[in-house]
Design a protein around this ligand. Structure first.
Ligand SMILES: NC(=O)c1ccc[n+]([C@@H]2O[C@H](COP(=O)([O-])OP(=O)(O)OC[C@H]3O[C@@H](n4cnc5c(N)ncnc54)[C@H](OP(=O)(O)O)[C@@H]3O)[C@@H](O)[C@H]2O)c1
Length: 301
């Protein structure tokens, strides 16, 4: 099995890399898998030509896992065309290539396809209505993928991703908490934090699963986030508690913290479908946050 993973320098790409070891066996016939991790240097999703060039010059893949994306939510409000190219048009092209190669495609999407106005956990079939450019381009990517590849693909929507790698809320809070005595954090946006290693583990479980590898299986959307719900304000408090950082956190409203892109108010997603279909592990956000912070401190010492 040749498995291509895009976005090798991103949080999820690096988390998959961390979990993969050369002995990973996906099927029962003892054949080992070859994981190929690529970043924008090898496979630049910002141009149609760059994408074609990469696939024209490489052997076929059995599975493509697309972890690359334009993820700068605020900047996307200005860089609409680039965000659309990476999150929408490149996904359409990847789906078309995967289809031609008879490869399975796993594509990652976001809770920001929802407007956040609901008051119960979003199901996969619930109405989407993105309220910012990033969410709109990600939804356009989902729809294009489904049109081009009605079979053999899955879309996993995740939320509030953090990890030991790159920039994320947990790392920002750890840094700011050490620099300041007090910090105000938005308390009227709620969701479920997701540790990228947990999502990476779920993806590796899925590719081992017979259900996923069945030929001609209809393309499906799934939700994956850690279990439980929280506001950014409570999340910051918990980060400081675990890391034993003495920084007072004050709650503020979204209105008091204006950003270029609007954020949905409540994006808690129901994760029952992915758990039932693939029996993946979904730890609660608190235990995974402890794991990530412990690793961050270990890395430093
Ligand atoms: N982060 C979140 O809170 C969050 C929430 C919900 C859903 N998601 C989704 O989860 C997935 C993984 O997110 P993440 O947090 O791992 O993202 P990330 O850390 O921002 O990584 C994204 C990767 O995409 C790469 N990329 C950007 N432009 C590219 C281009 N033109 N060509 C090739 N690669 C390019 C980046 O490369 P460079 O390293 O070279 O810049 C980066 O390594 C994405 O689909 C994202 O939309 C994320």
């Amino acid at each position: 099995m040749r498995i291509l993973v895009t976005g090798k320098n991103g949080q999820l790409g690096r988390s998959i890399h961390k979990l993969v070891n050369t002995d990973t066996k996906i099927d029962n016939n003892q054949s080992s898998n070859e994981f190929i991790f690529v970043g924008r240097e090898e496979l630049d999703l910002s141009s149609e030509g760059g994408i074609s060039h990469y696939f024209d010059n490489n052997d076929k893949f059995d599975i493509i896992i697309n972890c690359a994306a334009y993820t700068q939510v605020d900047k996307a409000e200005q860089e609409v065309e680039l965000a659309n190219q990476i999150n929408h048009l490149a996904v359409k092209q990847l789906a078309s290539i995967a289809s031609k190669q008879q490869a399975r495609l796993i594509h990652i999407s976001t809770d920001y396809v929802f407007d956040g106005e609901g008051d119960k956990p979003y199901m996969e079939i619930d109405k989407t209505n993105p309220i910012n450019v990033y969410g709109k381009t990600k939804l356009a990517g989902e729809k294009a993928l489904q049109a081009v590849m009605p079979m053999n693909a899955i879309i996993i929507r995740t939320s509030w991703l953090y990890s030991e790698y790159g920039n994320n809320f947990v790392k920002t809070m750890l840094k700011l908490g050490k620099e300041r005595d007090e910090l105000n954090v938005v308390s009227d946006q709620i969701g479920s934090p997701t540790y990228a290693t947990d999502l990476a583990g779920a993806i590796l479980e899925i590719i081992k699963n017979k259900e996923f590898r069945e030929e001609g299986r209809a393309t499906q959307v799934y939700h994956y986030s850690n279990e439980g719900e929280i506001s950014w304000y409570e999340f910051a408090q918990e980060i400081f508690k675990i890391a034993k950082i003495d920084c007072k956190v004050g709650p503020i409203t979204t209105q008091q913290y204006p950003t270029p892109a609007k954020r949905p108010r409540n994006t808690i997603m129901s994760t029952g479908k992915i758990a039932e279909t693939f029996s993946v592990n979904i730890p609660d956000w608190g235990s995974s946050l402890n794991t990530c912070i412990a690793l961050l401190y270990k890395k430093k010492s």
